[in-house]
Design a protein around this ligand. Structure first.
Ligand SMILES: CC(C)(COP(=O)(O)OP(=O)(O)OC[C@H]1O[C@@H](n2cnc3c(N)ncnc32)[C@H](O)[C@@H]1OP(=O)(O)O)[C@@H](O)C(=O)NCCC(=O)NCCS
Length: 211
């Protein structure tokens, strides 16, 4: 898959995972009409030049608009006027998905389930039933996009993030999904690297804050 294809596949899976209905093709990428407070609309670009980024930065002024651009944060920052704020860069990663053993450290318990839109959620609870870690996977066209992986602060570095990814991977692979894609935070990148995921590119991120 080319970088552009990865960016598009990730955007489509992310939209499914978050229940975003409207994806619109635009030059160089996609527009997602999200409609949530603080996150009204997102533009994702795989192909751009500095003039195009400057034009987008100048012409868009609606609070709650987000940009995710396949470029270095410095390039995006240099193109945007001051009403934009930079946000944490994410890293587009992928890995082949195969059925695998899921190691949930005791005394934690894992459940895996799919909702009506077939988005799969893996949840790990502690002894008291509180969620200690969770993550989601939305599959389309043989690609599974992993989203919202999080381990609660008091439960980190005990293998729970690993178990969530193993559970989602195993479930998706058994359904015939062959490739996993995700956009990782810095913490996430450290986790996914240990699990054999490959980093492809940076997604520089900026937004216009809502009052
Ligand atoms: C990223 C996150 C999910 C990791 O969860 P976790 O349950 O702590 O992960 P694991 O215990 O399975 O980590 C397995 C290995 O990944 C690596 N790793 C995980 N988190 C790391 C971090 N913050 N820094 C460096 N390495 C890390 C380590 O090699 C770790 O093994 P070790 O503890 O023996 O050194 C968790 O830090 C988190 O929820 N962060 C905030 C939300 C977030 O960024 N989510 C990721 C979205 S892509």
């Amino acid at each position: 898959m080319s970088r552009a294809e990865l960016v598009i596949a990730w955007s489509r899976g992310w939209a499914r995972s978050r229940g975003v209905p409207a994806l619109v093709n635009i030059p160089g990428g996609l527009r997602l009409d999200i409609g949530r407070p603080g996150h009204r609309r997102r533009y994702v670009l795989h192909t751009w030049d500095p003039d195009y980024l400057r034009e987008i930065g100048r012409n868009i002024s609606t609070p709650g608009t987000w940009l995710k651009i396949d470029c270095a944060a410095e390039e995006l920052s240099a193109a945007l006027p001051p009403h934009w704020q930079m946000f944490e860069t994410s890293y587009l990663m992928s890995a082949p998905l195969r059925p695998e053993r899921v190691d949930v450290p005791p005394p934690y318990l894992l459940t895996v389930g799919a909702d009506q839109s077939r988005v799969v959620t893996a949840t790990i609870r502690d002894r008291s039933g509180e969620t200690a870690a969770s993550g989601r996977l939305a599959a389309a066209g043989g690609v599974g996009v992993i989203d919202q992986v999080e381990t609660a602060p008091g439960h980190r570095r005990r293998g729970l993030g690993t178990a969530v990814i193993q559970a989602l991977t195993d479930h998706a692979a058994r359904q015939g999904v062959r490739l996993g894609i995700l956009a990782a935070t810095d913490d996430g990148r450290a986790l996914y690297r240990t699990l054999g995921w490959t980093s492809h590119t940076e997604l520089a991120t900026a937004f216009i804050p809502e009052p």
